[in-house]
Design a protein. Structure first.
Length: 243
C-alpha cells in the first residue's frame, strides 16, 4: 500500500508527477475560481490526487525501466555479476563469492551462464534482491544506500514521464496564449510561458536515458559497497566503520 509518509514514495513517485504537471497547475492557479479549486485541493480529494500520482508514476516508471534495462543489457548489478562481464575478474569473483556466502546458495557457473544466459541473469537478479532484503532486515540498509535508490527511482520515473511532460508543456503554452487574449492578463501568460520554457529545456536536455543509467550505476556501486560491509567478519575494520 502506498504511504505518503514514506520518503521513497514522495521523492521518487509523487515529486516527478508534480513536476510534470507543474505548468498546468500554474495555469489553473491563475484561471480557476477559488472555491472549486480549493475544494479539489483540500481534504480527501487532495490526498487522493497524491495517491493517484504515486501509483500512475510507478506504473509508467516500471514500463520504462523494462525497456531501458533491455537497452543497457541488464541492470548494472546483473552485468557486474556475469562471468562475461567486462569488469575486473578479481572484483567480480569477490562479489559473487560474497553473495554466495551471504545467501548460502551458488550463483550460475560460467558454463551455465553460456548455456542459458537469460536464466543466469534471472538468478543474478534474485540474488541481488535477496541481498537488498537481507540488508533491510538486518539493519545494513544505510541512509546513503536508501538515498541512491530513491534518486534512481526519481530519475527513472522522470524519464518515463517525459513524453507526457512535453504534451502538458504544449497544452499549457497554448492555453497561456489563450489566457492572454481572453483576459488580457499577459503578465500571467508570460509567467506560464517562462515556467514552460525552463521546464522544456530541462526535460529535453537533462532528463534522458544516460541520466537514468548514470544513477543506476551509482546505486549498483553503493550496493556492492554495502555487500562488502555485510560480508566483513565481525570486529573487522570495515565492520567497525559501518557498524
Amino acid at each position: 500500500m502506498v504511504s505518503l509518509g514514506d520518503q521513497y514514495v514522495r521523492k521518487a513517485r509523487v515529486y516527478p508527477g508534480l513536476l510534470t504537471t507543474a505548468p498546468l497547475a500554474t495555469l489553473v492557479a491563475f484561471t480557476a475560481e477559488a472555491p472549486p479549486f480549493a475544494a479539489v485541493a483540500s481534504g480527501v480529494g487532495f490526498v487522493g490526487v497524491f495517491y493517484l500520482i504515486a501509483e500512475l508514476t510507478r506504473s509508467m516508471g516500471k514500463k520504462y525501466e523494462a525497456r531501458a534495462v533491455a537497452q543497457w543489457g541488464g541492470f548494472p548489478t546483473t552485468r557486474a555479476l556475469r562471468h562475461a562481464s567486462d569488469g575486473p575478474k578479481a572484483l567480480r569473483d569477490r562479489r559473487r563469492q560474497q553473495i554466495e556466502t551471504l545467501l548460502g546458495t551458488p550463483l550460475p557457473t560460467a558454463r551455465q551462464e553460456r548455456a542459458e544466459p537469460q536464466s543466469a541473469d534471472a538468478e543474478y537478479l534474485l540474488g541481488v534482491k535477496a541481498v537488498i532484503a537481507k540488508a533491510r532486515r538486518d539493519g545494513w540498509y544505510r541512509p546513503l544506500l536508501e538515498s541512491e535508490n530513491t534518486s534512481y527511482g526519481f530519475r527513472r520515473n522522470m524519464r518515463a514521464l517525459r513524453p507526457l511532460a512535453f504534451i502538458i508543456l504544449a497544452v499549457g503554452s497554448a492555453a497561456a496564449v489563450g489566457l492572454g487574449f481572453t483576459t488580457a492578463s499577459w503578465l500571467a501568460a508570460a509567467f506560464v510561458w517562462g515556467i514552460s520554457f525552463i521546464a522544456g529545456l530541462l526535460w529535453a536536455f537533462k532528463v534522458n536515458d544516460a541520466w537514468v543509467e548514470e544513477q543506476a550505476l551509482v546505486f549498483s556501486n553503493e550496493l556492492f559497497s554495502t555487500l562488502q560491509t555485510m560480508s566483513a567478519p565481525a570486529g573487522s575494520e570495515n565492520s567497525r566503520q559501518n557498524g
